[in-house]
Design a protein around this ligand. Structure first.
Ligand code: RP5
Length: 194
């Protein structure tokens, strides 16, 4: 039996505007998820959180483990993906499977940060970087340097669809270059004086 829905023009306009404002809300709800396997990873991950804040990027930070809370990890990734997460940053040490487990549950970009929890982080680096074909994890350096670059990379990825963020990313790169030039100028002045 065919079911026919009838709506007035007023109802249709109202429905469309509700949907549009929902779309706008979802667009402004874009965020980066920073996941870590343990709270013991936080000191090495703080530069990622700080750098995302510097770029004024909405961020969710969560402790969730590929091994200790696998179902909760999968549930969070699925939910975050649907809520507007644009990039996942996943950090773990030792047998570091968190980034891979995240990547298995989303097609959004996943950046892996190997944490130095044992073997100077080389175990986590190899675990994170050696993903099978088709399920990529963009793996950055071990520890704090990697955490910082994970945030820069997330900002650069998001900036491809966000012109205002692209300006902030370019400005920050320029400020960074100027800081290096200022350091060199200070060094040259010291060498000339000494
Ligand atoms: C990994 O095991 C975590 O990401 C952490 O780097 C490491 C040790 O975790 P804790 O024993 O400190 O909780 O899964």
């Amino acid at each position: 039996m065919a079911v026919v829905f009838r709506a007035s023009k007023h109802d249709l306009v109202k429905a469309i505007s509700v949907n549009l404002s929902e779309v706008e809300k979802r667009m402004s709800d874009k965020f980066v998820a920073v996941l870590m396997g343990s709270d013991s990873d936080l000191p090495q991950m703080q530069p990622a959180i700080d750098t995302l804040a510097k770029f004024d990027i909405n961020t969710e930070v969560k402790v969730t483990s590929a091994h200790r809370t696998p179902a909760a990890t999968q549930a969070y990734v699925t939910d975050a993906d649907q809520r507007g997460c644009q990039v996942f940053i996943a950090a773990a040490g030792m047998a570091a499977h968190l980034a891979g487990a995240v990547a298995a549950n989303t097609t959004k970009p996943v950046i892996g940060v190997p944490i130095n929890a044992s073997l100077e982080g080389l175990d986590a680096l190899l675990s994170t970087v050696q993903m099978p074909g088709g399920i990529p994890v963009a793996t950055v350096a071990i520890g704090k340097a990697g955490a910082k670059n994970a945030a820069y990379l997330a900002a650069q990825i998001m900036s491809t669809a966000d012109p205002e963020l692209a300006v902030r990313v370019r400005n920050e790169r320029e400020e960074s270059a100027q800081a290096v030039q200022a350091k060199d100028a200070a060094l040259q002045a010291k060498l000339a004086g000494g």
